[in-house]
Design a protein around this ligand. Structure first.
Ligand SMILES: Cc1ncc(COP(=O)(O)O)c(C=O)c1O
Ligand SMILES: N[C@@H](CCCC[NH3+])C(=O)O
Length: 437
């Protein structure tokens, strides 16, 4: 039975308040759900700042050179969040025209922006060229030639990194592994593309080849593949006589979704990356490069909590107790996509003993719309609220309006203050939601 007083996967400001209900940053979650409707996503500002400061302080501890953190905005982005992330001194990893525009409008400095993507469009590349971003991250030989042509036509010298695929396996879900030999991402080492790209870019008058990048995958808890990948990047650079000024081993560090998940502190990640880069340069007598990490999930997952209201319940002939909530697949496709595991608490009675086995399902017209296949919770009634922690990454950003569901409202919580980051129009008539993009 899970301990009822363990809130370690919830935001750092989570408490049980005097009324016995869950609160975050001092805000009663039941009151928030009543004010803003459900499903409701809440983000705890203190948790995001804590994550950013943790990475920055680990770099100060372990890396003797310059280092920076760029938030991989695909994890969750909106104008309001972008402004806050820019204010925290973070850079941004963007992958589309929309993300470029939001980052630009929110005030991110161009020097902290990397444009990624395995098939960047002309408008995306030209926007990045015009903005003068830290790096356009070249993903293929084909794109390299296309970008060189665009840079020449636009009379710009593109500052570029090469995304190198080390053909390494990492231990995560196959759908979110990116560095294996069959990956659609990056310039592979094995087939000579990485070396060819370095040779070409070093000599192109339209490129300033600044650095090398790799991204191994997502929800990774082992630091050693990062060391191995960095060594491989240096081997290929060395063989081509290229001394990188910047090195980015991407993002990917994992987070805890349930109490059963191991610790997710980023110390092993930052220490291993720092040691590997320092050692590779020391061995060659090269000057230390700037190191840039690109965490997405790790920055925002723990800060986010999804609140749902319980509706119908039933017992199947197989004896499964089904509890349906008013969200699911449309706001969180991760369970259907990756078999992701979640947990939940009853907002009104988070400390009650979890005595009943149930399956928490969504309200959408798919049998795969299951949020939690098996969980022990206290008995719940129609109208009560479930809070799902670790909901801050890749849920809203991958959400849909399937069945014409509205996107949920999103609020940012500080002690004594609630800021609406995204609002959901109230139903025009019961049972109908209006979709507002
Ligand atoms: C190039 C790149 N950098 C960073 C990230 C962020 O990954 P994560 O959210 O796992 O930190 C991704 C997404 O997987 C990515 O493709
Ligand atoms: N969307 C994935 C992560 C992919 C990261 C982007 N390449 C998830 O929810 O776990």
């Amino acid at each position: 039975m899970q301990p009822t007083d363990d809130f370690s996967i919830f935001p750092i400001t989570t408490r049980v308040n005097a009324a016995g209900r869950l609160s975050i940053a001092g805000h009663d979650l039941k009151s928030l759900a009543e004010t803003y409707g459900t499903p409701l996503y809440v983000y705890d500002g203190a948790t995001i700042r804590h994550q950013a400061e943790r990475l920055q302080s680990l770099f100060r501890q372990y890396y003797p050179g310059e280092a920076a953190v760029a938030y991989a905005v695909k994890a969750y982005f909106s104008h309001a969040l972008a402004v806050k992330m820019a204010e925290m001194g973070l850079g941004a990893d963007v992958v589309s025209y929309g993300e470029i525009r939001i980052a630009q409008q929110a005030g991110f400095p161009a020097e902290g922006i990397h444009l990624h993507g395995n098939n960047k469009s002309q408008p995306e590349l030209e926007a990045a060229l015009a903005w003068g971003v830290q790096a356009i991250v070249v993903d293929s030989l084909d794109e390299m030639r296309y970008l060189e042509d665009l840079a020449r036509k636009n009379q710009r010298r593109a500052r570029i990194w090469l995304r190198i695929t080390p053909d390494l396996r990492v231990n995560t879900h196959p759908h979110i592994e990116t560095s294996h030999a069959d990956s659609k991402f990056g310039l592979h080492i094995q087939n000579g593309e990485a070396a060819e790209a370095i040779r070409f870019c070093k000599n192109s008058p339209h490129f300033h080849l600044v650095g090398l990048h790799t991204h191994l995958g997502s929800q990774i808890f082992q630091a050693e593949p990062y060391r191995k990948a960095i060594e491989m990047l240096y081997e290929v650079a060395d063989a081509e006589g290229f001394v990188p000024e910047e090195i980015s081993p991407g993002g990917g560090w994992g987070v805890r979704y349930t109490e059963a998940d191991g610790p997710d502190d980023a110390e092993a990640w930052v220490r291993t990356v720092s040691e590997a880069v320092a050692a590779a340069n020391h061995q060659r007598g090269w000057k230390l490069p700037k190191v840039i990490l690109e965490p997405g999930r790790w920055m925002v997952a723990r800060a986010g909590v999804a609140l749902y209201r319980v509706g119908s319940q039933k017992m199947t002939p197989n004896g499964t107790h089904i509890v349906a909530i008013d969200g699911g697949l449309a706001d969180n496709p991760r369970v259907a996509l990756y078999g992701a595991q979640y947990t939940a608490r009853v907002v009104e009675r988070p400390s009650d003993p979890p005595t009943e086995a149930m399956r928490v399902v969504g309200k959408f017209c798919e049998s795969g719309d299951v949020l939690i296949p098996h969980i022990l919770l206290p008995p719940v009634q129609r109208g009560e609220l479930l809070a799902t922690p670790a909901a801050g990454a890749y849920q809203l950003s991958m959400s849909s309006n399937y069945n014409f569901a509205a996107r949920p409202a999103v609020v940012w919580l500080e002690e004594g203050r609630v800021e609406v980051m995204q609002c959901c129009e109230q139903p025009e008539q019961p049972g109908w939601w209006v979709y507002t993009p």
